[in-house]
Write a protein that binds this ligand. Structure first.
Ligand SMILES: Nc1ncnc2c1ncn2[C@@H]1O[C@H](COP(=O)(O)OP(=O)(O)OP(=O)(O)O)[C@@H](O)[C@H]1O
Length: 337
């Protein structure tokens, strides 16, 4: 991994090593002609994390990502990337940020390789002599080396998506932002994106990835931010989110009926289910429930908190949130750049 010294020095020192947050927003808001797309978003992307941005259609994921990258101007709010406020430090910070967003502007009559070379030439972190090598490595990384000389217009949707991903990976990055990177990809392509994200994570690169695919997020991300109607309804470590909706302890025991009786006698709601005894731990702790069982002479073979699965957590978080945002009476102009 090589970076030019001048480019490294260009990023404020706190942004290089000191910060524990790769991206942060405060009160981020975007209004398009009377539609509130993003409303008061306080986002935190911990350094080194893989953060999945989830939300139903129109919840503001793309708008948030485009504001982070300086492609859309916020109506209100503050953004900090790699420890530096943007847009004040955009020129210095963005070279360290790889992005895959819709419409990267590839030329239809140039090959994939020629297109990437044009992008590579604009990368401040790459010196002239590094361009060819960087392009070859990026093509290789996304599985496009064999189709590198074909014209972009002859690429399938999946290949176009891979080329966009390659452009995000042209130079060494500290943060990689991917908006729906598996769009248009077949299962093998989806698997490759998963591998690329895992590889970035292993190298310590922070990744922010939006996706509709809950299974994808569950498999690849360490953290999640859930948006609904322009508002963050949950964010944090994936494990915490999965456990937040599951106040249930699942107990395996050969004495199911006796276990239920013992728990109910101790005023702990429980019922027998095919997978074991389901104990509602909303008003108690797992330790108390287990102590109650053991105290009653019930053999406990295993006890574990039940994980809801992201699908259930997502449904819970994005339903019945109410009409938090909607049409504004005001007449704020569209501000896309
Ligand atoms: N350029 C624009 N002009 C006007 N309204 C817009 C514009 N871009 C987005 N919106 C509106 O802002 C809201 C949020 O859209 P956004 O694309 O950010 O959501 P999203 O979560 O990325 O959706 P999807 O998952 O469908 O891509 C939607 O109501 C959308 O119609």
């Amino acid at each position: 991994m090589t970076t030019s010294r001048a480019a490294e020095a260009a990023v404020p020192e706190a942004g290089v090593s000191g910060t524990a947050v790769a991206a942060r927003t405060r009160g981020l808001r975007k209004v398009y002609r009377g539609t509130v797309a993003v409303d008061g978003v306080d986002l935190e992307v911990p350094e080194g994390a893989v953060v999945g941005m989830l939300g139903p259609n129109g919840s503001g994921k793309t708008t948030t990502i485009r504001m982070l990258l300086g492609l859309v101007q916020p109506t209100e709010g503050e953004i900090e990337l790699l420890g530096a406020p943007v847009p004040a430090h955009t020129d210095r910070v963005l070279p360290h940020v790889g992005a895959l967003v819709e419409g990267p502007g590839f030329h239809p009559f140039l090959s994939g390789r020629e297109n990437l070379l044009r992008f590579a030439a604009a990368e401040p972190l790459l010196a002239g002599g590094q361009l060819n090598g960087a392009v070859s490595a990026a093509l290789d990384r996304v599985g496009l080396a064999g189709a590198a000389t074909r014209r972009y217009r002859a690429y399938s949707l999946g290949m176009k998506q891979r080329l966009g991903l390659a452009s995000a990976l042209l130079a060494p990055r500290r943060l990689v932002v991917l908006d729906e990177p598996t769009n248009g990809l077949d299962p093998a392509g989806t698997q490759e994106v998963r591998r690329i994200i895992a590889d970035l994570h292993a190298r310590g690169v922070t990744v922010l990835v939006s996706s509709h695919l809950l299974a994808e997020v569950e498999a690849t991300c360490t953290h999640v931010v859930v948006l609904n109607q322009g508002v963050v309804v949950a964010q944090g470590a994936l494990d915490d989110l999965l456990e937040s909706g599951s106040p249930t302890l699942l107990v395996s025991t050969p004495d199911g009926a006796r276990a239920v009786d013992a728990l109910r006698s101790g005023r702990i709601p429980a019922r027998l289910a095919p997978e074991g005894v389901r104990v509602d731990i909303t008003t108690t702790t797992p330790a108390t429930a287990i102590e109650t069982l053991v105290g009653a002479g019930v053999r406990v073979e295993e006890a574990r908190r039940e994980r809801t699965g992201l699908e259930e957590a997502f449904a819970r978080l994005t339903h019945d949130v109410g009409d938090l945002v909607g049409a504004l009476d005001g007449d704020e102009a569209e501000e896309t750049r």
